[in-house]
Design a binder for this molecule. Sequence first.
Ligand code: PFF
Length: 452
Amino acid sequence: MHDMPDHSNSPRAQWNSRTGFILAAAGSAVGLGNIWKFPYITGENGGGAFVLVYLACILGVGVPVMMAEVMLGRASRSSSVTAYRTLSDPKSKWVVFGVLAVVAAFLLLSYYSTVAGWALHYTYLSLTNAIAGIDPGQAEGLFGQLTGSPLIGVGWQFAFLVFTMCVVAAGVSHGIERWARIMMPGLFVMIVILLGKAMTMSGWGAAMDFLFGMNWDKLTAAGVLEALGHSFFTLSLGMGSMIAYGSYLRSQDDLASASLATAGADTLVALAASVVIFPIVFTFGMEPGAGPGLLFVTLPTALAQMTGGAFLSVVFFVMLVFAALTSAIAILEVIAAYLLDNHGISRVKACVSGTVLVALFGVPATVSGSWFNAVDHFVSNWALPLGGLGIALFVAWRMDGALRRKEFEAGSALAKFYGSWLWILKYPVPVCILIVFLHAIGALAWIGGLLA
Ligand code: PFF
């Protein structure tokens, strides 16, 4: 079956190897969240202590949930909605979490492609040398021009979506896995090139102090919750992407260590991206807590003044495009797998219709900043934590225990951790997610107000 084109999910497509799964899953996880969002929220939350808390969240909450999500897919051999049905009963109310995941995927891809389009635009600007020598004002102007002109933004967004569609339409091993095998090593090489440069810069020491110095006074309770919330986004949890990818994992493969490797790769890239970006920012005396503009205003301004900046900015933005693409592929796969599993249409039709719908929702996200923020708020603060909560509760409390153990232990070097994993998934994980969720929707502040 390995070399057969897999244009449908029947018989279900498979990754060619565990490495294929890890590359595709790491491709899903490593994305704009690592290179764009992680550095800027680290900047906003004062650096070091935030990084440490983030690592704890990844290991203590993210990894156990990822194992559960991959398991849901492999045990059911189906995508989000059908997975809940297959593993409980056809009329199960748990399906709500599956439906929420598909809706979240539509919405996420609609605005994720906006930022990915910006990355394409900046790649083009870098290639044409249009950012050489610009000052901060001009960098602001360039970004303002892009966000203020719908045609350019939407054009890049659609180009990005069409490419994503072509990869997913080519199938699991011939499209998704093949491209992950090209883009993930490519991304790694580009990060190493950028790291080499960052290490020689005068701001290196200040960046290291900022990133790894333990300034606990800068860390707030809201920062801790942001770290926890972001660990879901960055590991692609709660949205059915790992369910779909898990459903293509061979039954003899060790899902626990594959999840751990995926999370490890994701964390390394997030740290590496920060270790690339902050020395540049500090060398040019810029503001580390500049927020979302860090990549598209602060960084181009600094790159424009550096020797070799033209080349480095091409490398940087191509890396960003690669990261965004492998993630967008995973998001579109959630939608495609849903359509394939539930509506019996071909993979190509599923991809085309899914992409058209995403594109329709995508236009307002590119044109209107407030729509963009509203959808991002809904997906990141509501849909992903809720989806993650559903997965943790279902796998820990509802799924058949014997099947759960068999799935965890299959070929696993981590089999002896089954009991600890299950305990973490049963108690601390739901409590943590619930707290993040209540904070995100403002309920914690409300309760605090009542108690005060
Ligand atoms: N993990 C991706 C990132 O960090 O950019 C975003 C993402 C991809 C979230 C796929 C959810 C998903 F299913």
